[in-house]
Design a protein around this ligand. Sequence first.
Ligand SMILES: [Zn+2]
Length: 280
Amino acid sequence: MSLYRDEGVVLRTQKLGEADRIVTILTRRSGRVRAAAKGVRKTKSRFGARLEPFTHVDLQLYERRSLDLITQAETLRPYGERLVFDYPRYTAGTAMLETAEKLTPIEKEPALRQFLLVIGGLRTLVEGGHDPRLVLDAYFLRSLAIAGYAPSLEECARCGERTGRAFAIAAGGMVCGSCRPPGSASPAEATVGLMIALLRGDWARADSSEPRHRLECSGLVAAYLQWHLEHGIRSLKHVEREKPSATIERGREAPSEWSGRPRDEAAESFHGMTLNTTIE
Ligand SMILES: [Zn+2]
């Protein structure tokens, strides 16, 4: 039984008794942690406001036999405040948090790369420089890759031939003409190119993609993700797929409060600079 510090992003909260909550946090060092927060449902609890979903918090916890107890919480970045007024970004963020929880099934098993991906993904959503659906699909593809389920996109998932022409979820991605199982999808070449760009962090290429290819990409990525998780991602159905954002400002500067850290691992992880070490 001891005190420990960690930082993390709040994934979810549940009621506990009259005034308390169980808070699920994806932490930097300890992986996914479920901890109790006392008195946070009282209206005047500032502590409670720091423990809302999406918030990046610095925490002090007291280790206990059952649920650990949160004894201090300081906000590092309140991503939720920025997302809550923008429905497409908010739903994309919600799907990210839900997926992060599903992809970290074992409590307190370190999941640093998943943590960095979530932080990087939330920040990219909040900065508003890319279509939220693209950000979400990039997050999905990369978190699947971290979990060991990267789809094969440049060669046949079954025989390794260069020319994949169909997308077969159960086979693990693109398959060639001879390996193609019945019922596989036949996506446009540009759609497969978009998936490759999102996986690699090639935003110039992803941002210049056409709406119909984004739509097709989203459908394939969602189906692939659903297949790999035992249960569906509930919040996915709220993500708007029909109307990709019409205007996307490119290269917009991030507000200064989002660029506090000297070495920005989350941004590196999300924008692809460390991705080559992740996906092979
Ligand atoms: Zn093949």
